[in-house]
Design a protein around this ligand. Structure first.
Ligand code: ADP
Ligand code: MG
Ligand code: MG
Length: 941
């Protein structure tokens, strides 16, 4: 490996910086950043993510030279700390910490107290005058090391954790209850037994050489990048496997040396509600994961102010809170330890937050000038905006439940919204019931990363133990799950399968309801109602002025609009859908599917008549019946649009979808009667229309070409509606879209009809209306011959559902049998029907854009497939130079934010490129290319 492998952070020197997250991982970059701004960070160094990538590419081997660099780094740390690695009298101890580019809380492994062995432990005992502490640290280290590095774990699910088992036996032998009652002598014995356990299980001895310990720990942290839960987590959050993790080696500080020590986790603001309050928890005399694990219920951070011994450190923390927000420009989630009254900062990162907290914090911090508007827009998770549409309890049902005394307990509000469903106690059960479509609330004493699957499946999460920074709360916030954490009165018994509280006993499957905004837990079901946002924008039951949530949301959306370049449209075919989409920010219709209108009421009878008619006169009669219906529909849509453009697609699906199949005898009889033919005849006709592969069959423009009267009727309905609405002084902008075009001639034939009908209608009504005609690009041939097609088409819209099916040769509806396996094997990175396959389908789109505009530079191009509401696809559409994206009404806010982020990302990349150019000019040395900014390597940073 040519590039620098290790970056230092410390008093004498700090190599990294906050913007080097892809190289140093989030933790490493921010440790460097905090050191630079003078916060008290124990010194250490970061091994880059590139080393991890190299490690995996080369059969899990360290790159050449790493061990030499490692030795040098250790020597440097010894100088920094005045301690010596492996030294008997004053040993340097370190933590070995994972840290990926994006934080993956609790998914990978961390090892504390590394450097201890029989000798250094004596040294530590001597140096601290606290032998019990030294031996306790040692036994913790062996336990962690044995588990993580040497693989001494439970061999099957029902086994106890092996080290815990050993400790449990010892405690029984010496008749003590709590860990804290174990004496120095007991701990020495425990160390002996732990070592024996390791030897018995692995056939190897516990390594005494600190350097060997360190090498093992580094390998193990790299290894944890590929553990099952880390992989699952990355799949969920679409973090690529290639990123790898960095490793941070940092000198230890101790929160467990006595009552003048503590460890804790805090947020600079409330990550659930966004309130501007200092928010966090701590434990006195504790180390590391104790707070996060939720084993001991921690104290609220504000309580620290009153602690006689460590009270002064609280004042420092309050100061740190301000410094962090000012320097990082966002809410920080940080970890600290107090050793002998002295505060140390161990980590900071942008706090994961609920969507509600996101909009509130962004709103507040922009106003307070702590956050830039760009960051406010950039830092939101578009997908998470869905949370703002999540239900709350129905007001009446909620009041009734309270009156009936169904409130069982109150825990911490850890994930806003309301959930009501069957209570379950295991992740497996949650998954099982959810798969059947049943809403479930997963109740656990506390959650651990093993519960992730169940948490994904559940509507709500309830824990009996653990605080606001417990695993459950953390994950719920990130996933946008309704969550009540640490409801201490609730007693959960996994063996009996019961949840007890205040004399009420619930068994698995019984209904339970939780309010993640207040922390309340109710037994029984409580009906839910629309979120505030929906009440303001959709049902209009609430005024904008009465909803803070709406105001914060609106503030962010308006900010986003300031950056957004892509237009926003919606896929809608009913006036009320259009109205909703406009309320969410849509600027027109990107796809109006006319066939949905064919199914309404008894129109389907006329549709069938039209399809099966053998005589021209019958067909005309049927079409004449349909015309007024369609016209009415379009009028309603034009009115709802109020002058905004409407892209209307001509009939697309295969005709047999409209026909009464053999299991619908009544339908067949009805058609037979109207067409004056026998039922047998109808059955025969239906049979004739059957296709082996309808997706590639008689559909799209092929229908209108073989049966031009259908296109004619539809064009007439659209134009007559336009004329009618225009008469009322409402502007109209119909865009008529011909589907599934692969040959220019196909489009030509349809356009001819459309123009003719437009002329006729204008003459008949005496109204002139603007309109345009274009096509959907949704088969590869259409994209490849886009230059020819653009001679006729005035606009393109990428139908990426069909384009994906035809480009990949995969039927969307049949892909479930193999796609999950493909995703597991990483043949595809994401489901190509949810997120555009940018290399394949995306290439066709780029060709389409380029060729289309080569003939017609002003060609308007959009996308109307399902992908139009997927944030990463929106990003792609932006870079591909599309004019707009179109998605379903409720995804419009998501696309709106994603489109703004795409524009910002492009801006950032452009300015980085100019900076690089300038730098390259100034210093033409090799150094520039060597220290290439990692962020420019992948645009996803
Ligand atoms: P995670 O990424 O899972 O949060 P960390 O690397 O942050 O893992 O380590 C977990 C915990 O271990 C930290 O929150 C901190 O309490 C403790 N820890 C890590 N490094 C040190 C250190 N150098 N000194 C004291 N405690 C440490
Ligand atoms: Mg941490
Ligand atoms: Mg299509």
């Amino acid at each position: 490996m040519a590039s620098k492998m290790i970056y230092y952070f410390g008093k004498s020197r700090t190599d990294g910086a906050g913007d080097m997250k892809s190289l140093l991982g989030g933790k490493g970059a921010n440790l460097a950043a905090m050191t630079k701004i003078g916060l008290p960070v124990p010194s250490g160094f970061t091994i880059t993510t590139e080393v991890c990538v190299h490690y995996y590419k080369n059969g899990k081997k360290f790159p050449e030279g790493l061990l030499t660099d490692l030795n040098r780094a250790i020597t440097w740390m010894e100088k920094e700390t005045g301690k010596k690695f492996g030294d008997v009298s004053n040993p340097l101890l370190v933590s070995v910490r994972s840290g990926a580019r994006d934080s993956m809380p609790g998914m990978m492994d961390t090892i504390l107290n590394l450097g201890l062995n029989d000798n250094t432990t004596e040294g530590l005992a001597e140096a601290t005058k606290n032998p019990r502490f030294a031996w306790d640290s040692y036994r913790r280290f062996i336990q962690m090391y044995g588990d993580v590095v040497m693989g001494v774990q439970k061999r099957h699910e029902n086994e106890h954790e092996p080290f815990e088992e050993v400790m449990h036996h010892l405690k029984q032998e010496v008749k003590v209850k709590e860990d804290t009652e174990l004496t120095e002598a007991h701990l020495k014995e425990l160390v002996k037994r732990y070592k024996a356990l390791i030897r018995e299980r692995t056939g190897k001895s516990f390594p005494t050489d600190p350097v060997k310990q360190l090498e093992g720990a580094i390998s193990a942290v790299f290894g944890s990048w590929m553990n099952e839960r880390a992989i699952l987590y990355r799949q969920k959050y679409r973090i690529p496997d290639e990123w790898g993790t960095a490793v941070n080696v940092q000198s230890m500080v101790f929160g467990n040396m006595g009552d003048d020590c503590a460890t804790g986790v805090a947020f600079t603001r409330d990550p659930a509600t966004g309130e501007n309050v200092f928010y966090g928890e701590y434990l006195v005399n504790a180390q590391g994961e104790d707070v996060v694990a939720g084993v001991r219920t921690p104290l609220k951070i504000a309580d620290m102010a009153h602690d006689k011994i460590i009270g002064p450190a609280y004042k420092e923390l309050v100061e740190v809170r301000k410094i962090l927000e000012k320097n990082f420009g966002d809410v920080q989630d940080f970890e600290f330890t107090i050793e002998k009254k002295k505060l140390y900062m161990l980590q900071t990162r942008n706090g994961k937050r609920t969507a509600l907290a996101y909009v509130k914090i962004a709103h507040d911090m922009v106003k307070e000038k702590l956050m830039t508007p760009e960051h406010a827009v950039r830092s939101g998770d578009p997908e998470a905006l869905n949370q703002l549409l999540q239900p709350i309890f129905d007001t009446d049902a909620y009041a009734k439940a309270k009156k009936e005394g169904r409130l069982m307990a109150v825990g911490l509000p850890a994930g806003p919204g309301a959930a009501s469903g069957a209570v379950v106690f295991t992740a497996a059960k949650a998954e099982q019931l959810a798969a059947k479509g049943q809403p479930v609330v997963l109740a656990r004493i506390e959650t651990s990363p093993e519960d992730l699957r169940g948490m994904i499946a559940a509507d709500g999460i309830l824990t009996a133990r653990g605080g606001v920074s417990s695993h459950a709360a953390l994950v719920a916030r990130q996933m946008g799950k309704v969550c009540v954490a640490g409801a201490g009165d609730v007693e959960i018994d996994y063996h009996k399968g019961t949840l007890k509280c205040k004399g009420v006993t619930l068994r698995e499957g019984d209904p339970i309801s939780i309010n993640g905004s207040t922390g309340e837990v109710f037994h029984g079901k409580i009906a839910t109602a629309d979120s505030e946002l929906k009440q303001v924008l959709v049902s209009k039951k609430m005024k904008p002025a009465d909803s803070k949530v709406f105001q914060y949301y609106n503030f962010i959306m308006k900010l986003a609009d300031g950056y957004r370049k892509l237009g926003l449209r919606t896929n809608a075919d009913q006036p009320d859908q259009v109205a909703n989409a406009i309320a969410f920010g849509a600027e027109g219709i990107g796809l109006c599917r006319t066939e949905h209108m064919f199914f309404e009421g008894d129109r389907i009878i006329a549709v069938r008549q039209m399809i099966l008619a053998q005589e021209e006169s019958d067909r005309k009669k049927a079409l004449a019946k349909l015309l007024p219906y369609q016209q009415k529909d379009f009028e309603g849509i034009f009115r709802a649009l109020d002058g905004r453009p409407a892209c209307i697609r001509l009939l697309d699906p295969p005709l047999h979808e409209f026909l009464p199949q053999s299991d619908n005898k009544k339908g067949q009889e009805e058609v037979a009667k109207q067409l004056r033919i026998s039922v047998e005849e109808v059955t025969k006709l239906v049979h004739e229309l059957h296709e082996f592969n309808p997706m590639l069959g008689f559909r799209g423009c092929r229908l209108g070409i073989v049966r031009p009267e259908i296109s004619e009727m539809q064009a007439r309905a659209i134009f007559q509606a336009a004329a009618a609405v225009l008469k009322d002084g409402i502007k109209v902008k119909p865009e008529i879209m011909v589907p599934l075009v692969g040959f220019k001639k196909e489009l030509d034939l349809q356009v001819e009809i459309i123009h003719r009908v437009a002329g006729e209608v204008m003459k008949e009504t005496g109204k002139k209306f603007p309109y345009s005609v274009g096509t959907m690009i949704e088969v590869p041939r259409g994209a490849l011959t886009a230059d020819e097609i653009a001679e006729t088409a005035e606009f393109f819209s990428f139908g990426t559902n069909d384009l994906t099916q035809t480009c990949l040769g995969m039927s969307r509806d049949d892909s479930n049998s193999f796609l999950p396996a493909y995703q597991g094997l990483e043949i595809v990175k994401a489901n190509p029907f949810a997120s555009i396959d940018t290399t394949g389908v995306g290439q066709l789109m780029k060709i389409g854009v380029e060729k289309g505009r080569s003939k017609r530079p002003e060609l308007k191009i959009g996308i109307c497939g399902e992908h139009g509401g997927d944030p990463s696809s929106v990003m792609f559409c932006h870079t591909a130079g599309l004019d707009y994206v179109s998605c379903s009404p409720f995804r419009v806010p998501i696309a709106r934010l994603a489109a703004a982020q795409a524009a910002l990302r492009e801006q950032a990349a452009a300015s980085k490129a100019t900076v690089k150019k300038v730098a390259a000019k100034k210093k033409p040395s090799a150094k520039v290319s060597k220290t290439k900014s990692p962020a420019t390597k992948s645009r996803r940073g």
